[in-house]
Ligand binder design. Structure first.
Ligand SMILES: [Zn+2]
Length: 95
């Protein structure tokens, strides 16, 4: 299992936070989002985002077919941050 940072672009009109590639067993975290959150909310907040994103993808890997909601719940429970705060921060930053 590896983690890389890359510009993942958008999905369904909003920034894609992370994705998992089973072929290379790599979790990719959106570098563009990370940089934007670091600029607007500081390095610690950006690190919390990356941690949450990795946990979210790990849940998908460990529980095949897991819903988005259950991946969010898992990440929230482990890292302590509600993933929605990152979405809200990003929306605020883009205005
Ligand atoms: Zn997901």
């Amino acid at each position: 299992m590896r983690v890389r940072f890359d510009d993942l672009g958008e999905w369904a009109g909003s920034a894609l936070f992370s994705e998992y590639d089973p072929e290379t067993e790599t979790i990719a975290v959106n570098l563009h989002v990370l940089r934007r959150l670091r600029a607007t909310h500081g390095a610690r907040f950006a690190t919390r985002f990356a941690t949450c994103a990795v946990l979210h993808e790990l849940h998908h890997v460990r529980v095949p077919g897991a819903s988005e909601a259950s991946a969010h719940t898992f990440a929230h429970a482990v890292c302590g941050d509600d993933p929605r705060i990152f979405e809200a921060a990003l929306r605020g930053a883009s205005r």
